[in-house]
Ligand binder design. Structure first.
Ligand SMILES: [Zn+2]
Length: 149
């Protein structure tokens, strides 16, 4: 399942990426553009705009996200689409650019992560698109903790 979040939902988009869902987000794009992308790429349009959601072209693939904290919005989307929280899917998508995170060997990140991280972590990944380095350990615990709240 792939998503497209409207300009109001940047934080939600970030969270969905963290959970491993392919989620596009544009800080500025007009409604027609969003509709075109949703259809062309077979994405669910997430929006805070009830009128946009009612438009015939996207009605079937649009989810209106109700007001609430980001955590509450994540909960709405997960519940509606019956998304399960899976440890393996966490951090498979870059939260910055939605690129795919692929494994990278520890020796290749030696000079690119803080020494403490290098010493304590063994699994690393990097974003194919923007080159950001990720490591699973502590990030995952924080995410799970935040989601449980
Ligand atoms: Zn990236």
């Amino acid at each position: 399942m792939k998503f497209l979040a409207d300009a109001m939902l940047g934080k939600l988009a970030k969270w969905l990426r963290m959970l491993g869902y392919d989620t596009l987000y544009f800080a500025d794009s007009d409604d027609d553009e969003l509709i075109r992308i949703a259809i062309r790429e077979d994405r669910i349009l997430l929006t805070r705009d009830v009128l946009l959601c009612r438009r015939r072209a996207v009605r079937a693939r649009c989810f209106f996200v109700d007001w609430g904290s980001t955590g509450e919005q994540v909960r709405q989307v997960m519940k509606h689409f019956n998304l399960k929280l899976s440890r393996e899917n966490l951090f498979t998508r870059c939260t910055i650019c939605n690129g795919e995170i692929v494994p990278i060997s520890k020796s290749d990140v030696a000079d690119r992560v803080p020494p403490y991280v290098y010493k304590t972590q063994n699994e690393f990944g990097y974003c194919e698109r923007c080159d950001k380095i990720y490591w699973r350990g502590t990030h995952i615990e924080h995410v799970l903790e935040a989601l449980q709240r």
